[in-house]
Design a binder for this molecule. Structure first.
Ligand code: ZN
Length: 320
């Protein structure tokens, strides 16, 4: 089976008409260039990406737990939060150790949060999907770095209702730096400069795409937060400054169109989930929803299948 798939990929990579392949989750996308760099078959690549995913996911767990408390992510070494005993290396193997220990500390038998294996598995799945969706090694690294930042923010918002500036500011700087290496294409910006008769050098155009994406994301979310404060319960904070920073980060990575799509999708899904929960149980009326988690999840989805989703949205709106 494996040999059959890899043999089929050979000629497909040479002819551009044959490159397009349907993905079950995100529509049509080009076959990843990663496969031209290696002669590995898809299942092997998925497996390697997944393995890297669980290892990085394990590090993200440390960030999720410690960064909201402003603790160092390097020291001290991992320890049980209940009995404070250091965790041995063989009890710290991603996912496996959780299963072997039955989700309990070896010493005090205190329950270990399900969050740890969950974050590791989610990171592994996203890494594997990123391999399938990326058209170059650079594109893969960018999606993987972005997804890791988002995973940390999704879970810190979910656990502590916090979106640490240490993560968002680091991400914004990283996104701006990456824009020089991996282009942030913004058709709107290119059109505006085209109308003005200006052609910018590619790195500058990409950097401006990143900056305008960031300003747009932060600005639009700030506007939505302002509207909600005016229209809703004034004593309740629906969206905080952390969410504004989160959308600045999304903007510098992906430019205006995909950032707009993220806000649209995140608010839609967030509102739907909240309405369904409130319909089932009225006590959720006063629940403070982690909208940053919804925006983060939407951003990961958009970063993996954003172009396809954008084209679909435009054709639905009659623009295409
Ligand atoms: Zn313990």
């Amino acid at each position: 089976m494996t040999r059959c798939r890899s043999r089929r990929a050979g000629p497909a990579l040479q002819g551009s008409s044959e490159v397009a392949q349907s993905s079950p989750f995100f529509g049509n996308s080009a076959l990843p260039l990663l496969r031209t760099l290696t002669s590995l078959s898809f299942p092997t690549l998925y497996l390697i990406a997944g393995l890297f995913g669980v290892i990085f996911g394990s590090f993200l767990n440390v960030c999720i737990v410690r960064l909201p408390r402003r603790e160092s992510i390097v020291r001290p070494a991992s320890h049980c939060p209940s009995c404070l005993k250091p965790i041995r290396w063989y009890d710290n193997i991603p996912v496996l150790s959780y299963l072997i220990l039955g989700g309990k500390c070896r010493f005090c038998r205190c329950k270990i949060s399900l969050l740890y294996p969950l974050v590791e598995i989610i990171t592994a799945c996203i890494f594997a999907l990123a391999v399938a969706e990326s058209t170059s090694l650079g594109a893969f690294l960018k999606v993987a770095a972005f997804a890791m930042l988002m995973i940390v923010l999704i879970f810190t918002d979910f656990r502590d209702r916090l979106l640490p500036h240490s993560v968002t500011i680091f991400g914004i700087v990283l996104g701006l730096a990456l824009s020089f290496a991996i282009p942030v294409t913004d058709p709107l910006l290119e059109w505006v400069f085209g109308r003005m008769g200006m052609t910018l050098p590619a790195p500058l155009s990409s950097f401006l795409g990143a900056v305008s994406g960031g300003v747009f994301g932060a600005g639009l979310l700030y506007g939505v937060a302002w509207l909600l404060r005016r229209a809703g319960n004034p004593s309740k904070e629906y969206l905080g400054f952390g969410d504004v920073m989160l959308m600045f980060l999304v903007g510098v990575f992906w430019g205006i169109p995909l950032t707009y799509l993220t806000i649209l999708l995140g608010s839609l899904v967030g509102t739907l989930v909240a309405v369904v929960f409130i319909l089932f149980n009225r006590k959720f009326r006063n629940y403070s929803w982690p909208y940053g988690s919804f925006l983060g999840a939407a951003a990961i989805y958009v970063s993996l299948g954003g172009q396809t989703l954008l084209l679909w949205y435009l054709s639905w709106r009659g623009f295409h």
